[in-house]
Design a protein around this ligand. Sequence first.
Ligand SMILES: [Ca+2]
Length: 383
Amino acid sequence: MLGMAKRARREHSPTEPGAIRTRLIWAAVRAPAIRRLTGVLVLLGGCCFATFVESAECTVPGSSVLNILANVTTCGAQDQDTARLPSGGAAVPVSTVNLKEGNAPTAFRDCPNCPEVVSIPAGAFSMGSPPDEAGRSDIEGPVRRVTIAAFALAKSKITRGQFAAFVSETNHKTDNDCYTFENGEWNDRINRDWRNPGFPQEDNHPAVCISWFDAKAYAKWLSEKTGKTYRLPTEAEWEYAARAGTTTSRHWGDDAAQACKFANVLDATTNTKVSGAAKLDSHACDDGYAYTAPVMSFKPNGFGLYDMIGNAWEWVEDCDGTNSYGRAPADGRPSTLGSCHYRGLRSASWLSTPANARAASRNSGVALIHGSGVGFRLVRTLP
Ligand SMILES: [Ca+2]
């Protein structure tokens, strides 16, 4: 992990690294037995174990969980004819996403209550952010060309109601604790979970307090139920879908103050209604929601995808999303560089600052940890 990235995270952390390690151990202690053993060993030794990891390359666990705690703080549609090169830095190829007539994304679902998905055309794009992008972190570079095969992606994050149906049908057990931002502090609190993340939710809000393992279990269940393959997106697939052919810092452009038309983020409402939020860097607009909003409350991007920025972070398949892109796959596969105890998070949440609420913003967290700003959406593979 890059030293600069670590420094950036600490600057954004609401707590000190020592406290985080204590919380990591608590999280490990609360985990199911096999994960508990593995997690504690990794915490102590900083090495890889097969039950958790898929990679031979590992690093000592860093401060990635800080980003879940901060939730916040590290970490539009145009076709290829109008896409522009990033300003500054080395010139990179523009997107070759073809949004012309006849290749427009289409939406479908595999069962009446299944998540609606949107077909995403194959293409290539420039992943990451240029050096002069406001709010960026060095881990978002170097900008590189990535090719993506066609896939379908859920139109919205998986909702609380959809997750409840999964739990009801499978009796899936989630942990009875979640990192929540209450009274101005992030803490791992008991009696907090997806049913009660510390603020009111309806069934059409995104499910939060969801671990990476919970998300994987949901995908497995939905795959078995439909006979189709559902899985978490890779980090590259996620950014390709979020950009929808654009190269600006957000799909609507570069202006963070326009966020409230397109995203539920840390805004004037959150700032005034959530205790402690006033000390964070708010967007200069009002989206009307203090915590999570119903999914699809704001304008979609050019692929017809909603909330690609904001409302709740989304787990991706990739191991520790804090590594430089230098050695990461360029064909849409997930990265297995770094610790696979940590998994990537993309999007941003209801408590995300302008720096985090960007298409290139990267985040990560311990896979077994739950956060009140963390949910997921799924890929449905195409034949
Ligand atoms: Ca908001």
